[in-house]
Design a protein. Structure first.
Lengths: 384, 384
């Protein structure tokens, strides 16, 4: 594993040299995991500030680093332990609760030659940048995440292997949940079962809040503060699944639609259109042959061809890897050409408010001969 | 409710006038909820980028706004619906998937008189600031969250009422979980039960990842990737609880220690020291009489007085309200004087690695006559 991270950092350093960037500060994030192998903790639902959180990350320069900066409280043992088998981590600087941040930042920037041009994570905090500016008012910032995103977009063999495992686990989670569906279960009950089956499967947890939507003619929906509410399964219900898991630092994202009882012809038609849109898009995912925007058009034109365009209200999908949504994005502004090793969700849908939500979603790997789905649960319409 | 938000915005606007700040951009965040009543969605465990996410927030100036900027996908209906009963929301600008961000940002800044000095959330993204700088290279940023944090620190009567409800709900959740504890349950099983009881109680969900730690002499701990692992309850185990919920946009944070079987004298002593440290701190939380740093010392000196200082490894607590951790913080660098209406967690602990973790935690409101806990479950040592 050693060489993967050294190679990534070498490419990132070359970018800094090319762009005349003196050093970069990458916050504890998916970017930093990608470059160094040190994983962030999953985000909490609400913010949890700790002392020195705005400096929690690593400096890396064309010649030096990565130097990790880590708040002692809650984070230092977490990072130290991960660093044990990673000799490419140059050093770990622990910030104590009693340390004032301005001198700490000054010292850190000084160790990297007082950079004039500093690369920063796209999601670094304003507070981080303002701290660096207090140390030096001449410092200029560049979004380093754009470079790292381009690197992250094309997965290597090891990453693809982990993502395939994540896809297979996701299939197993869905199969286990399907067996446990019963009339009367609410959206919340189903979501809780999904989350539980992920853990049983060995996943770290959900990559995003599991979304279960129960719709159907004559099914009243209560307005709750929860995404997964109290709407219960009854004959004629349509269940839309949207969930994913975290496995070895990579994620999945998956969707299927399940009918409670044989669907009527209209629902079958919606289901068929959505599946055709997905199938045509997957087939078109040939390396070098199509752009992200072009792929979005492929699926959209299928649904529009059936006169249902206004019910497909979102982009076709998104890049996926360490994060559940990462560039490139399958929408009209993204002209990235698809390349072997890129992974995208392909998730067309038809939603008619108050009536039906039909969706499908798989993570699909781009290859020289078209897309290869990493999850493979049946795409026939599913009836319980 | 109307007047609360108008009052808060008036105070924030006065700060802008005083500081010669032309306008502020506050990201969709707890700060924005505080100022306008529009709630953010809870964070997902991994990042979920959408088009225009770096502009998802609101502009507010001494005379204008709040003007919300909202990505159409996934966010516009969420914000629109919340804005329906909030006439103080001036306008909502929806950014379509096809809109390029630089012209959008230029137009927005233009509508606010092309501000030279712009207040920004402390956790606004670097990418947001870089976008604004592309529009105008003369723009200067100020951390507006510091002002909002000072306002947020002192809760008004309505906020205290909601936080008290959150505390009472938390007591009920804990009582329900206690009844369900059985030998053989793992940390994961217990955490899952806690999360479930929160929902049954009506909470939006957990405010942070529920933490259950089972320790005790001769209890082997498996090294897992999960915070809540497979360590199971057995006679002699000590269970440390750390959890909180979200209720009406405010949060709780709570801790107790439970013994499986009557604890020995040594464990009882640890428990007693932790409770004394908390009790003395709560008593000292008198408005105007002590600083955050001073309060930290009060509790620490109790534990140090018993020769156990090295096992109390963290700050005494943190401000809490819309976020689980928010300023002020009960640690040596924070010289804020406690005022009536501030709320803090008071959470001393003793952790002897591989042996025992004893903790207690309550949210405590500062009053003129000392601290008043918002959760009131028994602080005696609990035995199952």
């Amino acid at each position: 594993m050693d060489s993967i991270y050294r190679t990534r950092m070498r490419r990132f350093r070359q970018w800094m040299v090319d762009e005349k960037i003196d050093a970069s500060f990458i916050m504890m994030s998916s970017d930093l995991q990608y470059l160094t192998g040190i994983r962030r903790q999953p985000h909490n639902p609400t913010d949890d500030d700790k002392h020195a959180d705005e400096l929690y990350g690593a400096f890396i320069s064309p010649e030096g680093g990565p130097l990790f900066v880590v708040p002692r409280m809650g984070a230092s043992s977490y990072v130290r332990k991960q660093a044990e088998d990673k000799p490419w981590i140059e050093d770990i600087e622990v910030v104590d609760d009693g340390d004032r941040l301005c001198p700490v930042a000054e010292d850190l920037l000084d160790r990297f030659g007082s950079p004039r041009r500093l690369g920063v994570s796209g999601r670094a905090w304003a507070r981080t940048l303002l701290l660096f500016q207090r140390v030096s008012d001449e410092i200029q910032f560049t979004d380093a995440s754009q470079k790292i995103a381009a690197m992250r977009a094309v997965k290597d063999a090891n990453e693809l292997c982990v993502m395939r495992e994540a896809g297979e686990m996701t299939d197993r989670v869905f199969a286990a949940v399907l067996k446990r569906l019963r009339l009367g279960m609410t959206e919340y009950d189903i979501a809780r079962e999904v989350d539980h089956q992920m853990i049983i499967c060995g996943a770290t947890g959900a990559s995003f809040h599991t979304g279960i939507t129960v719709t159907g003619d004559d099914i009243p929906r209560r307005d709750t503060q929860h995404r997964n509410g109290d709407t219960a399964l009854q004959p004629g219900a349509v269940i839309a699944f949207d969930f994913g898991l975290i496995w070895k630092g990579y994620v999945s994202d998956f969707g299927r639609t399940v009918f409670c009882g044989e669907p009527d012809e209209e629902f079958k038609r919606y289901h068929d259109v959505v599946m055709r849109a997905q199938a045509e898009a997957i087939e078109a995912m040939e390396s070098g042959q199509i752009t992200a925007a072009g792929l979005n058009r492929v699926a959209r034109s299928v649904i529009e061809g059936d006169g249902l365009g206004q019910y497909f209200t979102h982009r076709l999908g998104h890049g996926i890897g360490i994060d559940v949504h990462e560039p490139p994005f399958l929408y009209q502004l993204d002209e990235t050409t698809l390349q072997s090793g890129m992974c995208f969700t392909v998730e067309p849908s038809i939603r008619i408010p108050g009536r039906v939500a039909v969706r499908v979603e798989d993570v699909v790997q781009v290859t020289d001969s078209g897309g290869v789905p990493l999850s493979n649960f049946s795409r026939d319409y599913l009836v319980i």
